[in-house]
Design a protein around this ligand. Sequence first.
Ligand code: F6R
Length: 248
Amino acid sequence: MAESHVEPTIEVVDDPASLARAAADAIARVVHAEGPVTIVPATGETPVDTYAELADRHARGAFDASAVSVVQLDEYVGIEREDRRTLFGWMDRTVLTPLGIDARRVARLPTDGDLVAACAAFDAALAERGGIDLAILGLGANGHLGFNEPPSDAASVTRPVQLTPATIAANARYWGSENEVPTRAVTLGLSTLLEAGEILLLVSGEAKHEIVRRALEGPVGEDVPASFVREARGSVTVLVDRAAWDGQ
Ligand code: F6R
């Protein structure tokens, strides 16, 4: 029997500031519900204002992350774990420290040794502890989710990946030049992400117009990995600003 899926809720907001407030509200709803909560926070530019809004609420005593555990979404392979340019370093500065989340409550992706085996063990441990309650995701200009680059299918597991030229070009801004960007990474697999209780996909800016429409309105398939959010197990909310939705 074919599985039925609930359509994503698409919420179009005026601008990035409204997006950050709406995203912070959605995250707070999950985090402030009863009991421990496991979240996956994307790095990148889109959620920066959302995390800053949460940090601001935290500083005012209006956001409490004491029940939160964090699972890392993706990470570069081939740079020192202490390097501030790791995605963990970025997450630490932007999410963990501002929200008072202790590093002991963070599951950090493996980046050396037998990565296929270590990623499988990571998936197994995550499933064992009950999986992801909330995945806060961004949308790559090439349709990736995490570092699930096209083509990635819905059954893909947490694994080492080769970054595509499009992603390397997009990330060059953090590294000075394309030559400096690591070409390998590890990412939570789509199958892991699609099992999350809730997915919050944040999309901002005109440059994401074409890909957000393809992801939500085009065919579901591995050429646009983000299109698989339409087959997620849990609820999916896409918060998109008008520039991204309308393309102007
Ligand atoms: C980041 C990540 C990526 C980004 C995506 C959008 O951890 O996994 O999938 O979410 O590339 O990046 P921005 O928000 O910088 O446009």
